[in-house]
Design a protein around this ligand. Sequence first.
Ligand code: ZN
Length: 397
Amino acid sequence: MTSATCLTGIRIWDGEELSDADALRFEGERITAVGDARELVAGATEIDCQGATAIPGLIDAHVHMELNPDDRAPPTRSDAGIYPHMRERARSMVEAGITTARDLGGGAWYELRLRDEIASGAIPGPRLICAGQPITCVGGHCHFWGGEAADLAAAEVVLQRQLTHGVDLIKVMASGGVMTRGSRPLAPQFDVETLSGIVEMAHQHGRQVAAHCHGTEAIEFAARARVNSIEHCSWVGPEGWASDYQDTVAALIVEHGAHVSPTVNKGWQRYLDNPTGKILPRLRHAYEHMLAKGVRFIASTDAGIPGVYHKDLPKALPVFAGISRMTNEQTLASATSTSADALGLSGTTGRLKPGLAADVLLVDGNPLEDLTALATPIGVWSRGRSVTPASGVCASP
Ligand SMILES: [Zn+2]
């Protein structure tokens, strides 16, 4: 049985711009019409949403469903006992309005099982696209997840193992990281030839590549290797975090078509609260220049790392806007339409358009004027299913 739902009296931001329409109709999993309420309500359950704004469900382009944000110790091998917690994290995300997330690494493919359970409708959660075990160098960042490779031939073995398990994309650790003892964020883990070989293999199998990059040299190598997204893009140099932004490397990112997923979580508010510290001006310099060069950002949080909760993308977006100085509309696009385009999901989600999934976040007020409105959703639909009922705030006739 599919019944139609029609949200009326709403302001609609469709993923790119404010629409003239005042109603959104969906049926089953899909949006069927965006238009004039008088024409769309017939035969549908009407939900009157005066004063509210509908936007596409949010996309977090970098999460780790497996990781527990309350665990301060470095992660180790994966343990089957974590699975029920992963389900809880998925539920908390979709209730917060995150209807899609890209998982960029785990050790035992539990997140793929979670992906399939959510897709079947058995449990609530965001649509997941998953990378499985990241390819890393021997002893490299997150080596404990099992993806170590000494050279391109060994990387192919790791990549094939991920394909066998049914991953949606490939993750590669192009630089060292913070969470792994003995690993240095500044240092590249693979040369350009090896990275290019990994990207070619993945693309031959129809899979995108996301590259973890802190140091500037690794960012450059990844851009040259034509990865699809550069994660973190921290511009780490000899002088520390965000100290080594280079215009020529930003130009390479644009020229080779990569998106940048800067993993700005809500905790970065600490930089905004400390304008005389050295990090905020460095970040602003890098973001301002990247934007001027035409770099396309996709919103992400690295949820799962210590203190970064899976449901908090809506609270991270005002911080992302504050640091990058993007407009609210640019920031919202980075978490909806631009992200869907980057992840290969533009035919699925990311916009409020007929034919796409009914992934809808309803907020009180206008997030184009105030992004903090995102933190208190009054309704969420994930593939047409109501997650937190809009009734009680929006009046049903
Ligand atoms: Zn990560």
